[in-house]
Design a protein around this ligand. Structure first.
Ligand code: NAD
Length: 510
C-alpha cells in the first residue's frame, strides 16, 4: 500500500474556515515541530455534520465490515509503528522505546474491540420471564451516532484509543480533538484512517486547537463526549454537556498508591514502584505517586528503591529513562508539591527542590519520605517523577491512607500471598488494581478501565468499554396471544385476583 507522508505537513497558511494556527513544540528544546489550525466552532460543527453523513455508511458496514476496516487501520499503525513512535517522542518527549510500548498496547486494543464487538453488542435472545411467556425478547446494543473524543497528551495514542477504537467498533463515527500538545499524533492517526479506509474518511476525523475547540465539540450536538484529561477541565466539559443533555465519559486524573505488605518481594516492589512512578516522567494517570510500606519491610523497601535510582535518568537521548516534562507549566506543580513536602518536615532521598530558574524541563527522580499525609504531595495529583514513601502498621492501614484522596483511578498491592493480594485489591477505592505488578490491567483489553471520585466515571476497554458507546435496545415480539390477556381493557374480571394468588404462591413464601 502506498501512503502519503504520514506526518502532517506543517501549516503555514490559515486553513479554509480557520483563521488561526498554533504550534506544536518539542518539549526537549522548545522548537516548533509544526503548526496546526485552531479549528473554530464552525469548523467543529462542519466536522460533526460530515461525521453524521459518514455514520450511516459506517453503520451499514455491520460488525464484520467494521472489523475489516479497523484491522486495516491497525495494520497501517503496526507497519508504521516506528514513524508514529518518533512523532510521539518528538511531541510528548518520552523515549522512542516507551512510545513503541504505548502504540503496541493501543494496537492490541483495536484488535480486541474489532474482534469482540459483534459478540458483545450484537442481538441476543433474552429470557421472557413468567409474566411475558408469550413474548420473544431480544436485546442489542446500537451505536449512539457521532462521538466526540477529547484527549490528553501524556499517552497520545494509547489513551484516546480506549475511546476511538471502542466507539468505532460499536458503529459510531468519531470527531477527535487531541491535546494541543500532541496535535501531530492525533492528525497522524486520522491520516492513517483515511489511508486504511478511503471509502469512509469522515468516519474518524480530527479537529485541532486549544481548549476552546474542545469546548466547541461539547456544544456541537454530538451523541456522547468521551473526555480524558484533568478533573478541573472535566468539570467544565460536564457543565457544557449538561446544557445539551449530552452524555459523557470522564477519564480524569489519579493519585495512585502502592501497598507493600509484610511478606512482599521487596525488590520486585521497588522495581515496580520506580517504573510506575518515574516512567514517562511520572506523567501517567495510572502511575504510582505514593507508596505505603509496612513497618516490617519499610527499611528494606527504601534501600532497594534508592539503590535503583542511579539507573534512572531524564534526558532526550536514546538511553534516557524518561524525557522532559511535556507541558512546561507542570514543572511548577511538581516544584510546589516538593517544596510543600520539604517545608513540612519531609526529606528527599533523591532529587529535591527544583530551582526557580531551572527551565530545562527535566525533573530528577525524586523520592520523598516523612511527608505529612495532608500535604499536597500526598493528596493532589503531582504528575511528575516523584514518589512519596510512608511507613504503615499494616497493609490494611496503608489502604486506609491510600483511600483518603479524592481520586480513585488505580493502584497496586505487593504481597507474598496472591489470595490475600486480591482481597486487599478489593479494598482499594479505585477502578483498577494490579497485584504484584503495576499498570498490568491496562494491557488486558478485556478489563474495563476507569475511575471513581475525581478520577471520573464510565469505562473504556473491555465489554463495558464497548457498551459505553452504545444504547441498549430492547425488543419484544409477541409469539402468540395469551388466552387470558392482561394488558387490555377487555381483561376478564377476577383475572388480577388470580394473578395476585399466583404471585403470592411464587414470590410470597418465606
Ligand atoms: P487537560 O484537562 O488540560 O486537557 C485535556 C483535553 O481537554 C485537551 O485536549 C484540552 O485541549 C481539552 N480542553 C481544555 N479545556 C477544555 C474545555 N473547556 N472544554 C473542552 N475541552 C477542553 O488535561 P491534560 O493536561 O491534557 O492531561 C493530563 C490529565 O489527564 C491528568 O490529570 C491525567 O491524569 C489525565 N489522564 C487521565 C487518563 C485516564 O484514563 N483516566 C489518561 C490520561 C490522562
Amino acid at each position: 500500500m502506498t501512503m502519503a507522508p504520514a506526518t502532517p505537513v506543517p501549516v503555514d497558511e490559515p486553513q479554509p474556515g480557520s483563521v488561526e494556527t498554533f504550534d506544536s513544540l518539542d518539549p526537549s528544546n522548545g522548537q516548533v515541530l509544526a503548526s496546526y489550525p485552531v479549528h473554530s466552532a464552525d469548523d467543529v460543527r462542519a466536522a460533526v455534520a460530515r461525521a453524521r453523513e459518514a455514520e450511516a455508511w459506517w453503520q451499514a458496514q455491520g460488525f464484520e465490515g467494521r472489523r475489516t476496516h479497523l484491522r486495516a487501520w491497525k495494520g497501517v499503525i503496526a507497519r508504521r509503528i516506528h514513524e508514529l513512535a518518533d512523532l510521539v517522542h518528538r511531541e510528548n518527549g518520552k523515549p522512542h522505546a516507551d512510545a513503541i510500548l504505548e502504540i503496541a498496547l493501543a494496537v492490541d486494543h483495536i484488535e480486541w474491540a474489532a474482534k469482540k464487538a459483534a459478540k458483545v453488542l450484537g442481538p441476543r435472545r433474552m429470557p421472557s420471564g413468567l409474566m411475558a411467556a408469550n413474548q420473544a425478547a431480544t436485546l442489542e446494543y446500537q451505536p449512539l451516532g457521532v462521538v466526540g473524543v477529547i484527549g490528553p497528551w501524556n499517552y497520545p495514542v494509547f489513551t484516546p484509543m480506549g475511546s476511538l477504537a471502542y466507539a468505532l467498533a460499536a458503529g459510531n463515527a468519531v470527531v477527535f480533538k487531541p491535546s494541543e500538545f500532541t496535535p501531530g499524533v492525533g492528525s497522524w492517526l486520522a491520516h492513517a484512517w483515511t489511508m486504511a479506509v478511503p471509502q469512509g474518511p469522515n468516519v474518524l476525523q480530527v479537529v485541532t486547537g486549544l481548549g476552546a475547540t474542545g469546548a466547541a465539540l461539547c456544544h456541537a450536538a454530538v451523541d456522547k463526549i468521551a473526555f480524558t484529561g484533568s478533573a478541573d477541565t472535566g468539570k467544565k466539559v460536564m457543565a457544557a454537556c449538561a446544557e445539551h443533555l449530552t452524555p459523557i465519559l470522564m477519564e480524569c486524573g489519579g493519585k495512585d498508591a502502592m501497598i507493600v505488605d509484610d511478606d512482599a518481594d521487596v525488590a520486585a516492589a521497588a522495581e515496580a514502584a520506580l517504573w510506575g512512578g518515574m516512567s514517562n516522567a511520572g506523567q501517567t494517570c495510572i502511575g504510582i505517586e505514593r507508596v505505603y510500606a509496612t513497618d516490617k519491610v519499610y527499611d528494606s523497601f527504601v534501600r532497594e528503591l534508592t539503590a535503583r535510582l542511579g539507573e534512572v535518568r531524564p534526558g532526550s537521548d536514546a538511553l534516557a529513562s524518561y524525557g522532559p516534562m511535556t507541558m512546561p507549566s507542570q514543572v511548577d506543580v511538581v516544584r510546589r508539591h516538593i517544596d510543600d513536602a520539604l517545608d513540612r518536615g519531609g526529606r528527599a532521598l533523591s532529587g529535591g527542590r527544583i530551582e526557580a530558574d531551572d527551565d530545562s524541563g527535566y525533573v530528577q527522580p525524586t523520592v520523598l519520605v516523612d511527608v505529612p499525609e495532608d500535604s499536597d504531595a500526598v493528596q493532589e495529583e503531582t504528575f511528575g517523577p516523584t514518589l512519596t514513601v510512608a511507613r504503615v502498621r499494616s497493609a490494611e492501614h496503608g489502604l486506609t491512607l491510600a483511600n483518603t484522596t479524592s481520586y480513585g483511578l488505580a493502584g497496586s498491592v505487593f504481597t507474598g500471598d496472591g489470595k490475600r493480594g486480591v482481597q486487599l485489591a478489593r479494598l482499594m477505592r479505585s477502578g483498577m488494581t494490579s497485584v504484584n505488578s503495576v499498570i498490568a490491567f491496562a494491557s488486558v483489553p478485556s478489563l474495563p478501565f476507569g475511575g471513581v471520585g475525581d478520577s471520573g466515571f464510565g469505562r473504556i476497554h473491555g465489554e463495558d468499554g464497548l457498551k459505553e458507546f452504545t444504547r441498549a435496545k430492547s425488543i419484544t415480539r409477541q409469539r402468540f396471544e395469551l388466552p387470558t390477556p392482561l394488558l387490555t381493557f377487555a381483561r376478564k374480571p377476577g383475572l388480577t385476583d388470580q394473578l395476585a394468588k399466583v404471585i403470592g404462591l411464587v414470590h410470597g413464601r418465606g
